[in-house]
Write a protein that binds this ligand. Structure first.
Ligand SMILES: [Zn+2]
Length: 133
């Protein structure tokens, strides 16, 4: 099976400040983060595309009991990118104790930050971040 954009290539893009997604040549949907198949129509006819880096907060939660290596509290959110794909990440730049329902629907810009590997992961990796705009 051919991977148009591997996890490693996606991570390397994040390191360079690039948000790489996959545009479907069958239905024009954008899949982000990258997967083997189009999130809408299951096609494998995909090409690498640059995401706009803009999105909208659709849901979030404040993590107060964190896994190994993470320091609570922090905010995990789901954002809908302007391209339509939903992605999970950390909402940064706000005090987690000030997080409230008013965050729903807020516009964000996407970036990434480095998260240290733990016992259960394959090492350090970059995770998507959201910053309020
Ligand atoms: Zn498609």
């Amino acid at each position: 099976m051919e991977y148009k954009l591997t996890y490693e290539q996606f991570q390397q893009g994040l390191e360079r400040g690039e948000l790489l997604g996959l545009k479907c040549n069958t239905c024009n949907s954008v899949t982000f983060p990258p997967m083997v198949r189009c999130r809408e129509c299951n096609s494998t006819d995909l090409e690498v595309t640059q995401m706009s880096g803009k999105g909208t907060i659709r849901t979030f939660t404040v993590i107060r009991v964190a896994p190994e290596g993470m320091t609570p509290p922090y905010v995990v959110a789901m954002a809908e990118t302007d391209e339509g794909a939903w992605v999970m990440g950390n909402l940064v730049g706000i005090d987690p104790d000030d997080a409230h329902m008013g965050l729903m629907g807020k516009k964000v810009s996407l970036g990434s930050h480095l998260v240290k590997g733990d016992t259960y992961s394959g090492g350090d990796s970059r995770v998507i971040t959201f910053s309020l705009v």
